[in-house]
Design a protein around this ligand. Structure first.
Ligand code: PXP
Length: 250
């Protein structure tokens, strides 16, 4: 029996819109509440070094007022480590971060930063925070994630999502294959496997049908689509597409 596929809703871009005017509206917490009522199994938020969307106060409020598990995305820095230990989210997803990037461009290089990621992960795990590593679906990175004792790998689905937008069928098959092989290897190594980045109504089904993947984290598209059909409907439609794809596995 295939495991249930969880949906983590990333609310960063509700904060992006709020911050455009510097006020309190729209409130990411209200979005988190709507998301959980619409079928999200968890809330994801990325506290960036430049605080371009989610703020420290948002994280404090999410912990105090939202019951759903919080997956805090963050860079591997001393500052973020202290924030994680203060708020104790259910999981921390460690991501690479460049100030000038528009969004998280690639996965973390675990293989090249083994000791640093290892120490950082242990510090979080000692406080019962699960450690998720956001990596490209690459064999060396998956093996290195297992070596540093991560609980979870989140496979970067961005290249697959871009391939779907391009309509290039050869590329779509190639990128999907990488996610399938990566998920299989991660699972074999005893890692919990998640995926995310760039997923839309058009690209979610094939990723949801990878049996070893147990959680998808989706944000930008859901918040964008909410402008047209509402947040509740946008999440419910994504949930439905995920469930439908999953049902084909039996
Ligand atoms: N997973 C990770 C690790 C991310 O950094 C992001 C973007 O913040 C997402 C998932 C969600 O990506 P998107 O907003 O493109 O759905």
């Amino acid at each position: 029996m295939t495991e249930f596929l969880r949906l983590g809703v990333n609310i960063d871009h509700v904060a992006t819109i709020r911050n455009a005017r510097g006020g309190a509206h729209p409130d990411p917490l209200k979005a988190a509440n709507i998301a959980t009522l619409a079928g999200a199994d968890g809330i994801t938020a990325h506290l960036r070094e430049d605080r371009r969307h989610i703020s420290d106060a948002d994280i404090a409020r999410l912990r105090a007022e939202i019951d759903a598990p919080l997956n805090l995305e963050m860079a591997v820095t001393e500052e973020m480590g202290k924030i994680a230990l203060r708020h104790k989210p259910n999981a921390c997803c460690l991501v690479p971060e460049k100030r000038e990037e528009i969004t998280t461009e690639g996965g973390l290089d675990i293989a090249g930063n083994n000791n640093r990621i290892n120490d950082f992960s242990k510090m979080l795990q000692e406080q019962n925070i699960r450690v998720s590593l956001f990596i490209d679906p690459d064999e060396a990175q998956i093996r290195a994630s297992s070596d540093v004792g991560a609980d979870i790998i989140e496979l970067h689905a961005g290249s697959y999502a871009h391939a779907v937008i391009s309509g290039d069928h050869k590329l779509i098959t190639h990128e999907l294959e990488k996610l399938c092989i990566g998920a299989e290897l991660g699972h074999e190594l005893g890692l919990e496997v998640h995926a995310g980045h760039g997923l839309t109504f058009d690209s979610v089904a094939a990723v949801a049908a990878i049996p070893q993947i147990v959680e998808l984290n989706i944000g930008h598209f859901l918040i964008g689509e909410a402008i047209f059909i509402g947040l509740d409907a946008s999440i419910k439609k994504m949930r439905h597409l995920m469930d439908k794809a999953r049902a084909t596995l039996g």
